[in-house]
Design a protein around this ligand. Structure first.
Ligand SMILES: NC(=O)c1ccc[n+]([C@@H]2O[C@H](COP(=O)([O-])OP(=O)(O)OC[C@H]3O[C@@H](n4cnc5c(N)ncnc54)[C@H](OP(=O)(O)O)[C@@H]3O)[C@@H](O)[C@H]2O)c1
Length: 254
């Protein structure tokens, strides 16, 4: 299968080598960033181009691995692509944005992906959606190369899953970042939270509803007031603390 990729960021850099290892021909890497785009093209033996309107209609697959807000702009610039399956990799973007193409789809990886960290795709659930049966078959073939579990969901279901991924990964990670900054500020070791973070993940995986502890659940008002006072100079952190505490209290009062 001939695979071309638009973009040279995190997802492009992880997917291109995997498809190449699975005997795909990585045909073109199209990127507005020549340094990153050329480096990726060289790594996977592809041609480098920077003009989206010149992307080749190979009869294979074109993966739009650009930021969500750029997907529609990129689609407008693409040529007709009568023979090629055109897909994006976004959890939050509807398949309908690709309706100008005869064959289109979505391949979303339910994992946090960074270019610099090796991804074991065997452990990454893949959510696909095709605009028609042949598109879905081709997508399934592509998804199977990643060796993880493949799910077929529509755009609405995918957007719900994406929101749940933002809650459980992006926001949780942000809170860990805040914890790390707080400890650094007071010259205390972040690694002391290691066992706690591990049990957070283990418990949350089994039963998050039954795993909540802490001052907001116990309604320990004095402790909460003390925390808020120590966040004195940072109003937005106080707001986050208060909102999350209220949410914990509300969900556990039902
Ligand atoms: N990273 C994840 O954890 C993850 C997981 C699953 C799905 N996804 C999805 O995968 C897609 C790519 O994400 P990513 O993490 O790889 O993003 P990224 O690392 O930020 O890379 C985005 C790529 O899009 C290019 N780009 C941005 N705006 C553009 C525009 N207006 N025209 C043309 N190219 C443009 C960027 O070029 P420059 O380098 O020049 O800015 C870069 O090559 C997104 O739809 C995202 O939702 C990401």
């Amino acid at each position: 299968m001939k695979v071309s990729i638009i973009g040279s960021g995190n997802v492009a850099q992880q997917l291109a080598p995997v498809f190449k290892r699975n005997k795909c021909i990585i045909y073109e890497i199209c990127s507005r960033n020549p340094a990153k785009g050329k480096a990726l093209a060289k790594r996977v033996g592809a041609a480098f181009i920077n003009n989206i309107s010149k992307v080749t209609d190979t009869g294979g697959v074109i993966i739009l691995a650009v930021k969500d807000d750029a997907i529609e702009e990129v689609i407008k610039k693409l040529p007709a692509l009568q023979n090629t399956l055109v897909i994006h990799t976004s959890g939050a973007t509807d398949i309908s944005v690709l309706k100008r193409f005869k064959s289109s789809g979505v391949l979303w990886q339910v994992q946090t992906i960074q270019a610099r960290t090796k991804v074991d795709f065997r452990k990454v659930p893949i959510v696909i959606e095709g605009s028609n049966t042949p598109a879905e078959k081709k997508l399934a073939q592509l998804a199977r190369m990643l060796n993880g579990r493949v799910y077929i969901f529509d755009s609405y279901q995918r957007s719900v899953l994406h929101l749940s991924a933002v809650w459980s990964n992006n926001f949780v990670n942000h809170l860990c970042h805040l914890a790390e900054q707080l400890l650094k500020k007071h010259r205390l070791p972040y690694e002391i939270l290691g066992p706690l973070l591990m049990s957070t993940a283990e418990n949350a995986l089994k039963n998050p509803g039954q795993s909540q502890t802490g001052p907001a659940l116990r309604r320990d008002k004095k402790s909460m007031a003390k925390h808020l006072t120590s966040l004195n100079n940072e109003k937005h952190l106080q707001q986050i603390y208060t909102l999350l505490s209220e949410s914990i209290a509300k969900i556990n009062s039902k």
